[in-house]
Design a protein around this ligand. Structure first.
Ligand code: SAH
Length: 208
């Protein structure tokens, strides 16, 4: 259902803005965003904006999900950690592009909902807790993606990155952040500042 809406979302919102990796586009064509977004009108789930999902949280705009995913440069064999499960949409996309995806959510009710939605995704592992501490038992990761904004990069996330791995994270203050990519090279980290974004705030020990 809603294949036409998804195709249009991919063409007009993602491809038209310069993201053209075929694997990435295929993932966005296949994941039913309306299942994850909370709306009475499923067509609205494919609109060019973020949407509330309850508990003062939101599902990001499709293009931002695509951009952050693209920045991880996934080939298919990776193990990825997501902080901020939220609606579960980002993790569903990642599950098509990586070997294993671990995701942590702070709000119990959101995590419970996603566990049900993703029950038949065999390569997704969900946990409730403070994701600013990472998920050390399953580390190291080829990629870590944080979908809430931090005041600065949480050290545990850098520590849990594999050599050559990439961390994608919005850094800044309320309503005013930049997407950053940190790439590990031994014990050094190379930092790239990408684009201005607006995310909800990361809670927990290394959040707000
Ligand atoms: N990736 C989500 C977007 C989530 S919005 C999606 O695809 O829908 C950000 C989420 O981060 C919210 O659900 C919020 O509850 C969660 N969050 C905030 N601080 C957190 C923390 N310290 N650990 C885990 N999750 C956190």
């Amino acid at each position: 259902m809603f294949e036409a809406e998804r195709k249009q979302m991919v063409e007009m919102q993602i491809k038209a803005r310069g993201l053209d990796n075929p694997r990435l586009l295929r993932a966005f064509e296949s994941v039913p965003r309306h299942i994850f977004a909370r709306t009475n009108d499923p067509v609205l789930a494919y609109a060019d904006n973020a949407m509330p999902i309850g508990f003062e949280q939101s599902i990001s705009q499709p293009y931002i999900v695509a951009l952050m995913t693209d920045l991880l440069k996934l080939q298919g064999g990776e193990r990825v950690l997501e902080i901020g499960t939220g609606s579960g949409y980002q993790v569903a996309i990642l599950s098509h592009l990586a070997r294993e995806v671990y995701t942590i959510e702070f709000v119990q009710q959101l995590a419970d909902r996603v566990k049900k939605l993703l029950a038949d995704y065999p390569n997704v592992y969900c946990r409730v807790g403070d994701g600013s501490l990472g998920w050390p038992e399953a580390a190291p990761y080829d990629g870590i993606i944080v979908t809430a904004a931090a005041p600065k990069v949480p050290q545990p996330l850098l520590d849990q990155l594999k050599d050559g791995g990439r961390l994608v994270i919005p850094i800044g203050e309320q309503g005013n952040q930049f997407l950053e990519v940190w790439t590990r090279n031994g014990n050094e980290f190379e930092r790239h500042v990408e684009t201005p974004v607006t995310f909800v705030l990361l809670r927990g020990k290394y959040g707000w």
